[in-house]
Write a protein that binds this ligand. Sequence first.
Ligand SMILES: Cc1cc2nc3c(=O)[nH]c(=O)nc-3n(C[C@H](O)[C@H](O)[C@H](O)COP(=O)(O)OP(=O)(O)OC[C@H]3O[C@@H](n4cnc5c(N)ncnc54)[C@H](O)[C@@H]3O)c2cc1C
Length: 277
Amino acid sequence: MTKKAPQIIIIGAGLTGLAFAYRCRKPYVILEKEKQPGGLCRSIYVNGFTFDHSGHFLHLHRPETQQLFAQLIPDLARVKRESWIFTHNTYIPYPFQAHLYGLPGKVKKECVEGFLERPAVPSVANPDFYRWSLGTFGKGITDHFMKPYNEKLWTVSSRSLATDWVAPFVPQPSREEVINSARSPKTGNFGYNVQFYYPKAGGSQVFVNAFADRTDNLKLSVSVEKVNYRNKYIETSAGEKIYYDRLVSTEPLPGLLDRMGSLPAGVAAARKKLNWN
Ligand SMILES: Cc1cc2nc3c(=O)[nH]c(=O)nc-3n(C[C@H](O)[C@H](O)[C@H](O)COP(=O)(O)OP(=O)(O)OC[C@H]3O[C@@H](n4cnc5c(N)ncnc54)[C@H](O)[C@@H]3O)c2cc1C
């Protein structure tokens, strides 16, 4: 079946695709391969319990997004972060590098000594995470926490992980704060997410539904299988061929490129360098 309308095809009903549709003033269709919208931000409900696919919190640093969410979700709770790290058979507050006090003596000593003797961060743009962490926190903190935690979170070796993302997300306490944290259990407010917003009920799916309920052309369980970018149409898992004026893709870039058929040589070469997990 061939369809000429709508003009804009949006691949994916995660927050990006839905937020685009919410603002879009031209005819569009959103095609989502899963049976539920939300992508990474979905929640599942089992026996009255809510499970987010991963912890998702709204930070809303910009006034316009604060206003938007106040309007879309009136009963958001403002939550003070309380997060703890289970390590070496004990719990210490997050972030590890600013709460060395509760660690076993040997581990604490290695963290402090490693921090004081740390090498310089390599003076290259975007060093790998392991070397960045060694230079920023020293060997003890790196080997006892930064390396195992980030390799678990990102599922790749810390030596192949880039560092252009770390600035807002990995708290970097001062020299005094690290050393004092080994002497005293005093805690402070570290990181970008000391406070955040979260739905009072329903989990992060509430963020998704706030947009999904306001879109009018969302097709679930339909996957975009092929993209013919030369003739501007897509083919779906439902056997449809749909032409577009504009294609908005929110799927991971390697997946999009792989369904586009033959690519210009430069793009094909760049594709080989992309990793996604
Ligand atoms: C562990 C973790 C924690 C995070 N915590 C936070 C947080 O606390 N706060 C925050 O603001 N952000 C957080 N993020 C980031 C946030 O999850 C993402 O920025 C956001 O959800 C991305 O939305 P998206 O729509 O771009 O992508 P996705 O959520 O990946 O959505 C893409 C959608 O496209 C669909 N799709 C893919 N291919 C096709 C296809 N061929 N055809 C049809 N549909 C397709 C997918 O099924 C999916 O629904 C976190 C991310 C992770 C991984």
